[in-house]
Ligand binder design. Structure first.
Ligand SMILES: [Zn+2]
Ligand SMILES: [Zn+2]
Length: 104
């Protein structure tokens, strides 16, 4: 499991629990946080996927890169998350002790 933190907007009250950057899940996938302009939400999206290919002498491992898109719709416009609120563009504050999912 990777880790996610609670992000709060002091201006408009928006709240999201996201990784806030590149994050590595356990053998699952790398995720990246995007800020969707269309639905005004932050999303952790899968970015790199582990890929195992069997070959004659064993198994080859590589990362497969996915096309980034909003999970709601491929037509949504989004930008990389840079710490700003997707609703009002204010600076988000990160609650380190909040409802985030933390490392052990
Ligand atoms: Zn969206
Ligand atoms: Zn806001």
């Amino acid at each position: 499991m990777g880790y996610q933190k609670e992000h709060n907007c002091p201006q408009c009250g928006y709240q999201a629990v996201v990784a806030g950057g590149p994050d590595a899940g356990m053998r699952r996938a790398y995720t990246l946080t995007i800020s969707c302009v269309t639905c005004q939400e932050l999303h952790d999206v899968e970015w790199l996927e582990p890929k195992y290919t069997s070959r004659g002498d064993g198994v080859a491992f590589s990362w497969r890169q996915r096309k980034l898109r909003c999970p709601e719709s491929p037509d949504h416009e989004w930008e990389p998350f840079e710490g700003r609120c997707p609703v009002c563009s204010g600076d988000l504050s990160v609650n380190e002790e909040g409802a985030g999912v933390l490392w052990d």
